[in-house]
Design a protein around this ligand. Sequence first.
Ligand SMILES: [Zn+2]
Length: 188
Amino acid sequence: MAPQYKDYCELQTASPPIPISSGPGGNNNAHALYCPNPDCSCIVIKAGVAVKTPTDVSITLPPYITSPTSPSAAAAGSLHPPFYWKLTDMMQFENIGFTKPVEHSTPTTSISSSNLTLNNSDAPQQFQFRYLSCADCDVGPLGYHHGPPTGQNPAEQVGLGAFGAGVGGQMEKEFLIAADRVRYKCGA
Ligand SMILES: [Zn+2]
């Protein structure tokens, strides 16, 4: 059977049902993830590499543009996807594009203000964000990436038991692809 490319909704409504995830914990992507642009054949992530992860509703994705040349054709894909496909290493992508970094503040801080060794403990944490787009045709954003809060470069945390024990060490790098902004390659 020739491979078919299905979007998130088509997988949900397929008969018989097509599982979207598989693997040992049932949380890996069952299909390779492709650029959502029907005119583009760029693979983003191979099957089985990404992990299904809940949507952080405090983060809103900008509206998705299906074609850079016709922005009016926007709008597939929600601002809060049903879930994300997560990678923790950029090298796990087959192809991906990044925007310039943008600042994003979290509404609350998880740092105790009594811990005087931390800078800016009363201020919202600033995360560096980059939106992810197709490396070939530039449609997007398909998802986002955030690293550690700015100003928490481990090299500067001399007094904090850096490299793991400090706050910065818990800030895992995450690369998140919206489940409803990619196509799924089904069949052989
Ligand atoms: Zn593309």
